[in-house]
Every structure is written in structure tokens, then in C-alpha cells.
Write a protein that binds this ligand. Structure first.
Ligand code: NDP
Length: 474
């Protein structure tokens, strides 16, 4: 046997990851359920064929890999992963490593760890981000499992990972479901980033009647500054592209109904389960769901009318600058929420997630890669005890500068009837977060009134009840 590693699942991600591995000099054995795909993959592998061993069965795959065998699963998340693990179980030997690199729900990953416990097989749950291009030329890799298991595959994973100033964007993040959990939150943050960008686009398109190309130029300029990121870069490129069929801007020809595969929703669900506010992420997930309700939205538009007529003028420079800073402030709030969810999960599941390392491996390779994450990593390193990004010095400064713009943009959107649910949620979170004396005193009084739940007083310790009288507590 000549391969050093195996891979199952030659779909979009798997085939590109396999080419990446072969290119880095690791002979790889590959298998796909539908064997014609394996053949086509090998045919198209060009010069890399010398490092690829196509296999027609799981038995052949296992036989072609040098023990102890690392085998990457890159199949559809869910049942397919369980089926492949089941199929491999009897074929593999003590010390072999199964690496699930798909977008698993981390709760499934934890179950799989438990199921493989005592089997002699090692399991790794690994999040991979960067889409097709990332898989081929360098993804961001988030690893969960035993640290010594990671050490055994570290060289190949760091070889194929993206690099940021020479540093591989790959790290062991903790045991069990840690890697898949962090990937889930990555995707939740990605949803928020994308939604807030779309809201800014909507304000320019519907609030000022701007053309896609003009809006694209604004994003292109922002990409040179503090918003520098892959998503802002591709937003500019997308907005500037023309439809080869109609000649119109491509985005204008695309139906406004967004898809989702679940990871964004999981991050909102987990945030809720842990009681951590992640409103910008939740709004982004909700916005995708609402986008899917095209017919209902059309009915509502005729019942209520849409947004106000676009202003008959171009936005002035001050407002464009406000939009840039608003997007930045919204981004800070969304990342603060995402990292707060990870901090809570880290203590709940005893992962000890390394926040600076997470920010570092997201600097390249993944969809949310940005200059901002470099600042975030440095800030977390300097202030390891910070419980929320909004309380770290650099971010306090940045938020103080940007929040008035977020406020003006959200007001502008609200007055014009332009939807900005994620930006509004970010602002609402920020304002509630910085309110030292909140309004939950009233909530506590109401709870005590109708349910005798008791409350704490500002002046005397212990549990107290209010003077609501006998009409209360029903
Ligand atoms: P594709 O749809 O391109 O490929 C799916 C692969 O899974 C195919 O190889 C398919 O085999 C295999 N498969 C599906 N069901 C089974 C089954 N029951 N038994 C065996 N094999 C099965 O998916 P992607 O490559 O896009 O995604 C793979 C994983 O990577 C998913 O978990 C996805 O969420 C994740 N991911 C995807 C990203 C992306 O940008 N696309 C980014 C990051 C992660 P067959 O050819 O026989 O159908």
C-alpha cells in the first residue's frame, strides 16, 4: 500500500481537498459512493495523478493506505457520515483515524465520539471553511478531538491549510465537538456579515435608487479600508458583474430568495440554548427564512406598500462614510456575540477554546476572512480575561467611533421603511449591553406580581416580594 491518507466523498469539497493533499506531496487514496465520480475525478487530476490512488470499494481504500490510516470523510453531513463510519469500523485497525471534515452538527460529533469510544479507532471532528476554492488551495481548518490524535495528522493538515503571513490557518481547538462547534459559529457570523452587507446594499438600492455597479464601486472602496475582507471584496465583484444573457447587472436578475443549509440556524439555536444573546446572528438567520417567503412578502407589499420612494439624489459623502462605519459597528457587535457564544460553550463543554487562535485561523482561507480578525486576535491576546469583545480596549475605541454612524443609519432605514434587521439588532444589543441600569426591574416586578417569583432589592440582600396585595399571584 502506498497512500499516506484516504478520503471518502469526491463531491465539491472532497475532490478539491484531495487535489490539495496530493499537491502537497501526500499520496492519497480516494473513494466515492458513486464510482463514476471517482473515475472522472482521477481522469481530471492531471499531473497530480501520480499521488492519487482511485479505489472502487471501501476495502480497497483501506488496503491502499499505510497504517495507522487517517481517513477523511467529506460526505453530506448527517446519515451519510454514520453510514461511512459503520462501513469502515470493521475494516479498520487499532490506531486508525476517522476524520469527519463535513459540516456536522457538533452534537452529532459528540455522539460519534461516544460511539467510537473503546473501539480502538480514533475520531476527529474537523470544520473546514473556504468553499471550493479554499478546499483546493487552502481552507481554514478547525480541529476537535484528542490533542494527540491531532498531532498525528497535524503535518498534512497544516500543509493543506491556508496561510496568513506564513502561519497555517489550522489549529486544534479542543476535545470532542469543539472543531465543529467553532465551524458552526463561524457560519453564524458569516450569515450576520452577509446580511448586514445586504442591508447596506438595500439602503443604497432602494433608499437612493442606485445602480448595482455604483454600489459595487462603494464596496470596492471600502475594501481598501477597515472593512477589508473577502465578503466585501466579493460583494463589489458581484455587484459589478453583468448578466451575459440580458446584459443587465447580474444581481438584478437573481431571485431574492436565499438558501441555507443549517449551520447558521444551529448557531442561533445553540446561542438560545445557552442563554447567550446572539441577536445579529439570529436576525440574519430569520432574514434568510423571510426571504424564502416570496409570495407572502408580495402580498404584504400590496397590503402595506413598500419602502418610501428613493431619494431623488445620490447619498452624500458623509452618509456613505456613515454606512461604512455602521457596517463596521454592526460587525463588531456580531463578532462580540459569536465569541460570547463560544466562550459560554467552552465553559459548558470544558473545551477551553483558544479565542486568539480561533481569530488567527480565520484570518485566511475561510469565508469571513478579514483584516478585522487580525485586530481581534491581537486584542484577545492582549486581554485574555475579556468576557466580551465590546470590553476590550481597542474595540471600545473602535465602537465609540463607529456607533453614532450605526445609530444614524438604523434611524435612516427605519424612517424610510428600509429593512435593516441585523444592523438594528446589533444596535439594540449594543445599547442594552452598555446600559448599566436596565429595565429588568420592571420585568421582575411583573413576574413577582403574577407569579410570586420574588426579586432582589437594590438596598437589602435576599429575596423579596412587592406590595401587590391579594389581587396578585394568580
Ligand atoms: P456535494 O454535494 O458536492 O458532495 C456530497 C458528497 O457526499 C458526494 O461525494 C456524495 O457521493 C457523498 N454522499 C452523499 N450521501 C452519501 C451517502 N449516503 N453515502 C456515501 N456518500 C454520500 O457536497 P459538498 O462537497 O459541498 O459538501 C460535503 C461536506 O462538506 C458537507 O458536509 C458540507 O456541508 C461541507 N462543506 C461544504 C462547503 C461548500 O462550500 N460546499 C464548505 C464547507 C463544508 P455521491 O457522489 O455518491 O453522491
Amino acid at each position: 500500500s502506498k497512500a499516506e491518507i484516504g478520503l471518502i466523498g469526491l463531491g465539491v469539497m472532497g475532490s478539491n481537498l484531495a487535489l490539495n493533499i496530493a499537491e502537497k506531496g501526500y499520496p492519497i487514496a480516494v473513494y466515492n459512493r458513486t464510482s463514476t465520480r471517482t473515475g472522472a475525478f482521477f481522469e481530471n487530476a492531471g499531473d497530480l495523478r501520480g499521488n492519487i490512488v482511485p479505489c472502487a470499494s471501501l476495502e480497497e481504500l483501506v488496503a491502499q493506505i499505510k497504517p495507522p490510516r487517517p481517513i477523511i470523510l467529506m460526505v453530506q453531513a448527517g446519515k451519510a457520515v454514520d453510514e461511512q463510519i459503520e462501513g469502515l469500523r470493521d475494516l479498520l485497525a487499532q490506531g486508525d483515524i476517522i476524520i469527519d471534515a463535513g459540516n456536522a452538527n457538533f452534537r452529532d460529533t459528540m455522539r460519534r465520539f461516544a460511539e467510537l469510544e473503546g473501539s480502538g479507532l480514533t475520531f476527529i471532528g474537523m470544520g473546514v471553511s473556504g468553499g471550493e476554492e479554499g478546499a483546493r488551495h487552502g481552507p481554514s481548518i478547525m480541529v476537535g478531538g484528542k490533542e494527540d490524535a491531532y498531532k498525528r495528522v497535524e503535518s498534512v493538515l497544516t500543509a493543506i491549510a491556508a496561510r496568513y503571513e506564513g502561519e497555517p490557518c489550522c489549529a486544534w481547538l479542543g476535545e470532542g465537538g469543539a472543531g465543529h462547534f467553532v465551524k458552526t459559529i463561524h457560519n453564524g457570523i458569516e450569515y450576520a456579515d452577509m446580511q448586514m452587507i445586504a442591508e447596506i446594499y438595500g439602503i443604497l438600492r432602494d433608499g437612493f435608487g442606485m445602480e448595482a455597479k455604483e454600489i459595487g464601486a462603494i464596496f470596492a472602496r471600502w475594501n481598501e479600508g477597515r472593512l477589508n475582507s473577502y465578503l466585501v471584496e466579493i460583494t463589489a465583484a458581484v455587484l459589478e458583474a453583468a448578466d451575459p444573457v440580458s446584459g443587465k447587472p447580474m444581481v438584478d436578475m437573481i431571485l431574492d430568495r436565499a438558501g441555507q443549509k443549517g449551520t447558521g440556524r444551529w448557531s442561533a439555536v445553540e446561542a438560545q440554548m445557552m442563554g447567550v444573546p446572539a441577536t445579529a446572528i439570529e436576525s440574519a438567520v430569520a432574514a434568510r427564512s423571510l426571504s424564502a417567503e416570496k409570495e407572502l412578502r408580495e402580498a404584504a407589499a400590496s397590503a402595506y406598500g413598500g419602502a418610501a420612494e428613493p431619494a431623488g439624489r445620490a447619498p452624500d459623502k458623509a452618509f456613505i462614510d456613515d454606512l461604512e462605519l455602521a457596517l463596521f459597528a454592526g460587525k463588531i457587535a456580531a463578532y462580540a456575540q459569536g465569541f460570547a457564544v463560544m466562550a459560554e460553550a467552552s465553559s459548558e463543554f470544558k473545551w477551553n477554546l483558544p479565542m486568539p487562535a480561533i481569530a488567527r485561523i480565520w484570518r485566511a482561507g475561510c469565508i469571513i476572512r478579514s483584516q478585522f480578525l487580525g485586530t481581534l486576535a491581537r486584542s484577545f491576546e492582549a486581554d485574555t480575561k475579556a468576557e466580551n469583545l465590546l470590553l476590550i480596549g481597542d474595540f471600545v475605541e473602535m465602537m465609540n467611533e463607529a456607533q453614532p454612524s450605526l445609530r444614524r443609519v438604523v434611524s435612516h432605514a427605519a424612517l424610510g421603511g428600509l429593512p435593516a434587521p441585523a444592523l438594528s439588532a446589533a444596535l439594540g444589543y449594543f445599547d442594552a449591553f452598555r446600559q448599566a441600569r436596565g429595565t429588568a426591574n420592571l420585568i421582575q416586578a411583573q413576574r413577582d406580581y403574577f407569579g410570586a417569583h420574588g426579586f432582589e432589592r437594590v438596598d437589602v440582600e435576599g429575596e423579596h416580594h412587592g406590595p401587590w396585595g391579594s389581587g396578585a399571584a394568580s
